[in-house]
Design a protein around this ligand. Structure first.
Ligand code: GAL
Length: 829
């Protein structure tokens, strides 16, 4: 029998795919899911009667959801002024900070309204709205009646609207959201920034996140799969039900089945134990997925169908072995990421997330910590499919506040509910290997903090006993001294490589994690002289140097963490702060407008790799050669001045030539100075225009690779490169087009600031542009921007019709450039 998918949308394990026999009529569907993307009306500001069904919203803006109302700006220091003393940053007094949360207008109230047609709704049907996240303090109204509310903007929540909806197209859905000043330490986004799903089921059905699948035994010959499936019945009364489950492998072949009646003693929960022969194990390198498709019958009536995608893999943490995946110890090569997607703001987009993961794969990164909040479900699903280990973390504070209107206001009433939703939504995903219960929570040193940690960890274990729990701790003495660190399955330390041996000695676990490491700052393409290791270094242009020697006062440069991880066998690896630059937290310039986005990223806000990308790639991606030279070699006025040259490489040694003259050979090796262990550095090079060339040698001394950087001439042309060769005609897909200002020979003009203008024609539209400059106040959605150090990235969004899309880039004084991409039928349609 052929199956086809009625409604294609990402859902992870949160709801069933609609699998119907070919030719089946819609009326026979057991469940329907509609993604509520189009035809929303939106207004900023509070409107007293906006929940009323007859309210006239014709003048409101028409928007697509996911939608971030604040990303369109304009930027202003007045948008998010905070006067705070940041204890984590070792600040001694309160100071006024602008741009700490991105300098964007996210504070205030916003309303969304939409007509709601509930397909097939009739007596005996159930209707549920599932919000993947709504920023924040969501109040949901159907036909004027408040049907649900959820204050924390990052969590997913479901609202049963059965009693409020009518059959037919005349229902009205309204959502009120409100962001408070000082609710965050970074840009949270604003509005319905994640998807909203409408689910319609029968009276007897499997609820949202209704399955819990584990793989308790895995051998080479078989894997035991335990599937627990909850059911809902009218009045929660027992009914004679049966659940038929088929497990299919990645090729779609049925590899296990079970048909299970519900026993009166089962409290409306099926337990099925299935055996998959010769399992193919999930790992970052082999992200093999299986799917359990379940059919729920009352007598012979099919009541519901539900699909749970999963992987077969084991995780554990063992003293003496560390983090063990499928029996193999491995160290996390991880990054922390905030949820914003740079120029798209917080509005989730699968293509944007996929592009980030493609870049991280190339980096050799295998793990992501979702700082400091629940991720979009699309990210979790992509990590399953592409192979990333996820540490999911819900909170940045518990009872004791970091910011005036942060989560501490909600903690007592909501912490358990938030943990339950977080764990139930994501616990079937093989990519999720660890939960974190919080980041640098001030309760580390508050009385009762360790009890709170124990309570939260117990809650997570209650919902999912299969994964270890950690927390990111920064207050070493307090947390190690008062029992807080000892409570955790895995003690996680932020920026403490120098204290790992002490933690190992004092704590019982026998392992520890670099839960957050290496807050090094840099601006792509910026190099400062003299080249010096420094903390909190500030320059008049509000930029940081890309020699990767400048860190925040509470942190180290990457190399110190590398040394600790390499020398101490009980370390579990690291999560670098951060993979990508993000909106907000412009340290070390958070008191110095116009800085409003971070400098910490390995990649900048546009997703362009900074030099540091190659330092990590050389270490993390052993399958690809890395040989990267810095700085650029266009320094008019620096002739004869000391201009150090670094190479980031996984070759053991290399020789540098300036205009053909050898500057000597450098070899990596153990050293008291961690930089010389992980980088090749020629610190005394004198600048002369021409070229720098590095020749790398393998372990046997053979010259095996070389890399050259030449002095660039005047801007001559624009070069456009897309991250893909085609777009899907789904109205959502994105192409990221890197634009480089080049000289006549194709060298990057590293100081070019040309203003570029964009026009998109055909089957797509201009979506956004970013240049990675944390001080730029140019708006992301306007089709013009200045190049930053010769580069920027324009984003083109596909139409929902096939054809071809054309991006034209122009700039005064340079020939225009055009890039065409086919927009093809999405796969699976
Ligand atoms: C950490 C904190 C992160 C971020 C980072 C910047 O202390 O956990 O959220 O603020 O510092 O270095």
């Amino acid at each position: 029998m052929t199956n086809f998918i009625i409604q294609l949308s990402l859902r992870g394990a949160l709801a069933g795919l609609l699998l119907l026999p070919a030719g089946a009529a819609r009326a026979q569907q057991t469940r329907q899911e509609v993604l509520l993307t189009a035809d929303w009306k939106f207004t900023k500001g509070d409107v007293p009667d906006a929940a009323r069904p007859d309210f006239k919203d014709a003048r409101w803006q028409t928007v697509q959801v996911p939608h971030d109302w604040a990303i369109y700006g304009p930027f202003s220091p007045q948008n998010d002024l905070q006067t705070v003393k940041i204890e984590q940053n070792n600040e001694k007094e309160a100071k006024t900070k602008a741009g700490r949360t991105g300098g964007l207008p996210f504070i205030g109230t916003g309303w969304y309204r939409r007509r709601l047609q509930v397909p097939g709704f009739a007596a005996g049907k159930r209707a549920v709205l599932l919000f993947d996240g709504a920023m924040s303090d969501a109040h949901v109204f159907v036909n004027g009646k408040e049907v649900g509310a959820w204050p924390y903007g990052y969590n997913s929540f479901a609202v049963d609207i059965t009693d409020a909806v009518q059959p037919g197209p005349d229902n009205v859905l309204a959502v009120r959201l409100q962001n408070l000043p000082e609710q965050s330490r970074w840009y949270p986004g604003a509005g319905l920034y994640r998807n909203v799903h409408l689910l319609v089921t029968n009276d007897v059905h499997i609820p949202v996140w209704g399955t819990y699948l584990t793989t308790p035994t895995i051998t080479a010959d078989y894997a035991k799969v335990k599937l627990r499936t909850r059911v809902e019945t009218p009045g929660r009364a027992f009914q004679a039900l049966r659940l038929d489950t088929e497990i299919r492998d990645a090729a779609g072949k049925v590899v296990a089945t079970s048909s299970t009646p519900l026993a009166a003693t089962d409290a409306l929960e099926f337990e099925q134990n299935l055996v998959v022969p010769q399992p193919r194990l999930w790992s970052p390198e082999t992200p093999t997925l299986y799917a359990a498709s379940s059919k729920l019958y009352a007598g012979e009536v099919l009541k519901d169908e539900y699909k749970t995608t999963f992987g077969i893999r084991s995780v554990g943490v063992e003293a003496g072995r560390g983090f063990v995946l499928n029996g193999q110890p491995r160290k996390f090569r991880g990054v922390c990421n905030h949820h914003d997607l740079g120029p798209l703001g917080a509005a989730v987009n699968t293509a944007a997330l996929r592009r980030q993961l493609v870049l991280l794969k190339d980096l050799g990164c295998d793990a992501i910590r979702t700082t400091h909040n629940m991720p979009a479900p699309e990210l979790v699903q992509l990590c399953d499919e592409m192979g990333f280990l996820l540490m999911v973390e819900p909170f940045d504070e518990w009872k004791t506040p970091k910011v005036k209107n942060g989560y501490s206001r909600l903690f007592d009433e909501w912490a358990e509910k938030d943990i339950v939703n977080m764990v139930r939504r994501d616990r079937n995903h093989p990519s999720v290997v660890m939960w974190s219960i919080g980041n640098e929570v001030p309760d580390q040193w508050a009385p009762g903090g360790s009890k709170l940690a124990k309570r939260l960890q117990d809650l997570v274990h209650r919902e999912d006993p299969t994964r270890p729990v950690t927390a990111g701790m920064d207050q070493f003495d307090a947390a190690v001294g008062n029992g807080f660190a000892a409570v955790l399955d895995v003690p996680g330390f932020n920026y403490k490589p120098h204290r790992y041996p002490e933690a190992y000695t004092k704590l019982p676990q026998g392992v520890l994690l670099g839960s957050e490491t290496a807050s090094t700052v840099s601006s792509r393409g910026v190099y400062k002289f003299p080249v010096e290791k420094a903390k909190d270094k500030r320059y008049p242009d509000n930029q940081s140097s890309s020699y990767d020697l400048e860190a925040s006062n509470w942190s180290q440069t990457p190399d110190e963490e590398f040394a600790a991880q390499d020398d101490l066998p009980y370390t579990l690896g690291e999560f670098v702060w951060t993979g990508f630059d993000y909106l907000g937290e412009p340290w070390p310039y958070d008191e110095s407008w116009p800085s409003h986005s971070s400098y910490f990223g390995i990649l900048d806000l546009a997703g362009l790799p900074k030099d540091r990308f190659y330092l990590y790639r050389a270490r993390w991606n052993p399958t690809q050669p890395t040989l990267h030279l810095l700085p650029h070699w266009t320094w008019p006025g620096r002739e004869g001045q000391t201009t150090p040259v670094f190479a980031y490489t996984n070759y053991p040694s290399a020789e540098l030539f300036v205009n053909g003259v050898s500057q000597g050979r450098q070899t990596k090796g153990p050293s008291a100075q961690p930089q010389t262990r992980y980088r090749l550095m020629w610190n005394e090079v004198k600048y002369q225009p021409g070229s720098i060339k590095v020749v790398a040698y393998d372990a046997s001394g053979k010259a095996v690779a070389e890399e050259e950087v030449r002095t660039a001439g005047r801007p001559h042309h624009l070069k456009l490169t897309a991250d893909r060769s085609a777009l899907a005609a789904d109205g959502q897909d994105l192409a990221y087009v890197t634009v480089r200002v080049e000289d006549a020979q194709g060298n990057l003009c590293p100081d070019a600031t040309n203003e570029l203008r964009f026009e998109v024609k055909g089957a797509g539209r201009f979506r956004a542009v970013a240049n990675g400059d944390p001080t730029s106040l140019e708006l992301f959605h306007e089709p013009r921007m200045r190049a930053f150090h010769g580069m920027l990235v324009a984003t083109v969004q596909a139409a929902d019709q096939v054809g071809s899309v054309q991006l034209q880039v122009t700039s005064k004084g340079l020939p225009g450039a055009t890039l065409r991409l086919p927009v093809a039928k999405p796969s699976g349609q």
